[in-house]
Structures are given as structure tokens and as C-alpha cells.
Design a protein around this ligand. Structure first.
Ligand SMILES: NC(=O)c1ccc[n+]([C@@H]2O[C@H](COP(=O)([O-])OP(=O)(O)OC[C@H]3O[C@@H](n4cnc5c(N)ncnc54)[C@H](OP(=O)(O)O)[C@@H]3O)[C@@H](O)[C@H]2O)c1
Length: 388
């Protein structure tokens, strides 16, 4: 069997570690060609020892030290701040798994689709910013984009073999977030530790905060629009606390297809890496008798204004989604650093969005200008608010 060479950008994070577990299950199918992290060099070095990649990447300040520690092992160390595009374009790379958080994924994502690779994005921020151009580039360059985010993977799976002309809408399911049953009056005093202590999933810090505000679900609405060419009114968010249905697709005849399974990111990761095949995952199946019930509710947009804001932004389009994403990245980082309170994350993002005049764009540069403006504006607002 011809092995497929895989590059994992963000291998030291939650998705990256799960992806390597999947890869290690199928040594006859995958060769790990490159692994990149950023600050967690110890995790990366252990991964390098186990998977023997040709390339590893770390943040610029760590390159020299990692080079010294890998001396004589035949592994080239690259700078993850400047050389991810070089890795994504390597002729030997077949699959690029994008497990980096935030805007940093944008350039390697674009390079991977321009190089005609199979691209498996877990990262949603780049798709929120500029997903329409990414998908256009993918189509022009023969790249295949297979989403890893579980809701998008569910939609992708439901659409297999279906004519898109018959698709009516998608139902994007949401567990409701870690604060679903927490009184809104308590939100202001919630500490970073409390927010990061997600009862169900162990994910990276940024997505855990975004899940608490439900901004993550708003991002997923825009992500689905970009990946599947949908209008905002074709994506409906449904709260489904059991998180067993990962999303659904409704067709024009009224039929609805759903994708179900236990909540384990290794399932959509494996699907993306082995597509179009399905292989034994070794994971638990569903036990419907134990499950007993699957329930559904409307999201509470008053309690979670970040979702309402993201839905408005999705309807407006243009450069506004990139502005939403940039402001959120800055505000979440400031919350994690203890500069602003939990409820101020929404306040900051909403103010930046309100200050922006959205324009239709046709180039990446136009979007990056809006992204830069939003980051600077968010920093200004945080500085003003921090004084209050
Ligand atoms: N976790 C989930 O279950 C899940 C589910 C669906 C979608 N996603 C999406 O997948 C992406 C990754 O999420 P995660 O939870 O795996 O995050 P994470 O645990 O924080 O991992 C992020 C990865 O990106 C690297 N990284 C951070 N900053 C970077 C930069 N500036 N340049 C290059 N690499 C950088 C990190 O390196 P170091 O750790 O070495 O610093 C780490 O390998 C996010 O976009 C998230 O929304 C995650």
C-alpha cells in the first residue's frame, strides 16, 4: 500500500495529539513527514522521537535549542513563525492537517490549497476570515478540503453522494456550552480557571473560552457557510445537550440526514485522514438504550450575546467576519492574561464590530488590513476598559 505523507501543523495541541493517536493506529498507511508546535517544545521532541518526521517546527526563540537537542537525528528544525508555508508546499506532502489555533493558520492553509494538497482543517478561524477565497483556491488548484471540526465533518458526511442543488439547510448542533446552566448574573465573576475547566471536553484554551461564550458556535455558522457555500439563513443552530448528533442536513423534500456518534475528536480526525474509506477506529459505538433521550432547544441569544453578534456578522459578510475573529482573538487572550473580565470579552468584540464599516473584498490583502485594524482597535478598547 502506498503510504500517505502527513504534515501536522499544531501537533502539540489537543487536536494534534489526537491526530497522532489516529496516525499511530495505521502505521501501514501514514508516514509522518512534519510536525510543528510553538511553545511546547518538550511535547514536540517526544513526538519527534516517536514518529521520526523529516521536519519539526517551533517558535523562533526555540529553534536553536531544539536543533541542538535533535542534533544527529536527521530532522530539520524550521521556524513555525515564518516557515509553515514552506512545509505546506513541499512536494512530498500529501495531507496537511491544520490544528493551529487562530489567524496563524491562514497562510499555511492558503499555501496547502494552492499546492493542491488534501487539507484537513480543524482550524476554523482562517475559514471565518476568508473561507470563500480558500475554497475558491482549493477548487482552482485541485485541493480536497475535508473538515475535522466535528459539526462540519457531520455535514460533509451527510452530503456524501448528494446533489447540492437539493440541499435546503443545515442544523448545526451545539451542546450549549459549559455555562448553559450557570446563572447569567454569575458570569461577570467567573475566573479563568473556572472557564477553562470544561466539564466535557479537554480542548485548547482559546476554543474553550469561545465555547463558553458560544462565539465558537457563531464561528461554526460562518465556517459552514464558507465550506459548503451556504447563505446565513440556511444554517440553524440547535442546542442538543447530549452532543450525540453532530449536525444534520435537510433536503428540499423534507428528509433530514444526521451524523451521530460518541463525542470523540478522533472520529472526525480519522474520517478526514482516511477519506473516502472508513476504518475500524477501536472506539466505543453508541448504545441507544443507555442514551434514552435526545433533546433539542433554541439557543438563548440574550444570555449568550456573542452568538447573536456572530449571527449578525454572518448575515452582513464582507470583511466583518475577519474583524469579528480578530477582535475575539485579542479579547480572549486578554481575558486569559487576566486583563479583562469574562463578560468584557463580548463587550470588546461588540464594540470593534460596531466600529467597522464592512466592505466586500476580492483579495487576501484587503481582509488582512481589516484584521490588523480590528486587532489594534481591540487593544485600544481593552486599554480604555482596563482603566475603568
Ligand atoms: N480541541 C478541539 O476539540 C477542537 C475541536 C474542533 C475544532 N478545533 C479547532 O482546532 C484548532 C486547534 O485547537 P486545539 O484545541 O487543538 O488548540 P491548542 O490545544 O491550543 O493547540 C494549538 C496548536 O497550535 C500551535 N500554535 C499556537 N500558536 C501558534 C502560532 N502562532 N503559530 C503556529 N502554531 C501555533 C500550538 O503550539 P504549542 O502548544 O506548542 O504552543 C498547538 O500545537 C482551533 O482552531 C480550534 O478552534 C478544536
Amino acid at each position: 500500500m502506498h503510504k500517505r505523507n502527513i504534515l501536522i501543523l499544531g501537533s502539540t495541541g489537543s487536536i494534534g495529539v489526537n491526530a497522532l493517536e489516529v496516525v499511530s493506529r495505521f502505521p501501514e498507511r501514514f508516514e509522518v513527514l512534519g510536525l510543528t508546535g510553538f511553545d511546547r517544545d518538550d511535547v514536540l521532541l517526544k513526538q519527534a522521537e516517536r514518529f521520526h518526521p523529516k521536519f519539526v517546527g517551533v517558535s523562533s526563540g526555540k529553534v536553536k535549542d531544539v536543533e541542538a537537542r535533535l542534533f544527529g537525528k536527521g530532522i530539520k528544525v524550521v521556524n513555525a513563525e515564518t516557515e509553515l508555508e514552506f512545509l505546506a508546499a513541499l512536494a512530498d506532502v500529501d495531507i496537511v492537517l491544520i490544528a493551529i489555533t487562530g489567524r496563524a493558520a491562514l497562510e499555511p492553509f492558503l499555501t496547502a490549497v494552492r499546492s493542491g494538497k488534501t487539507v484537513a482543517p480543524a482550524n476554523k478561524e482562517a475559514l471565518v476570515m476568508i473561507g470563500d477565497l480558500i475554497m475558491e483556491e482549493a477548487a482552482q488548484n485541485g485541493a480536497t478540503v475535508i473538515p475535522v471540526d466535528s459539526e462540519q465533518s457531520a455535514i460533509f458526511q451527510c452530503l456524501q453522494g448528494k446533489d447540492r442543488d437539493f440541499l435546503k439547510k443545515v442544523f448545526l448542533t451545539a451542546s450549549g456550552g459549559a455555562l448553559k446552566d450557570v446563572d447569567v448574573e454569575r458570569f461577570d465573576g467567573l475566573s479563568v480557571a473556572r472557564i477553562l475547566d470544561h466539564p466535557r471536553w479537554k480542548m485548547g484554551r482559546k476554543i474553550t473560552v469561545d465555547s463558553a461564550t458560544l462565539m465558537n458556535k457563531g464561528f461554526e455558522v460562518i465556517e459552514a457557510m464558507r465550506l459548503f457555500g451556504l447563505r446565513a439563513d440556511q444554517v440553524e443552530v440547535v442546542v442538543h445537550p447530549q452532543a450525540i448528533i453532530h449536525s444534520m442536513v435537510e433536503f428540499c423534500d423534507g428528509s433530514v440526514l444526521a451524523q451521530l456518534g460518541i463525542t470523540d475528536m478522533r472520529i472526525p480526525i480519522q474520517f478526514a485522514l482516511t477519506y473516502p474509506q472508513r476504518l475500524e477506529s477501536g472506539l466505543k459505538g453508541l448504545n441507544f438504550v443507555e442514551l434514552k433521550e435526545l433533546t433539542f432547544e433554541k439557543p438563548d441569544l440574550k444570555k449568550f450575546p456573542s452568538l447573536a453578534l456572530a449571527l449578525d456578522v454572518a448575515r452582513t459578510g464582507g470583511t466583518l467576519p475577519a474583524v469579528l475573529n480578530a477582535a475575539d482573538e485579542v479579547a480572549v487572550e486578554s481575558f486569559l492574561n487576566g486583563r479583562i473580565r469574562f463578560t468584557q470579552v463580548y463587550d470588546v468584540v461588540a464594540e470593534v464590530v460596531a466600529d467597522h464599516r464592512s466592505v466586500l473584498y476580492s483579495t487576501v490583502e484587503e481582509v488582512l488590513r481589516a484584521d490588523q485594524w480590528a486587532r489594534e482597535r481591540a487593544v485600544e478598547i481593552i486599554e480604555q476598559q482596563a482603566k475603568v
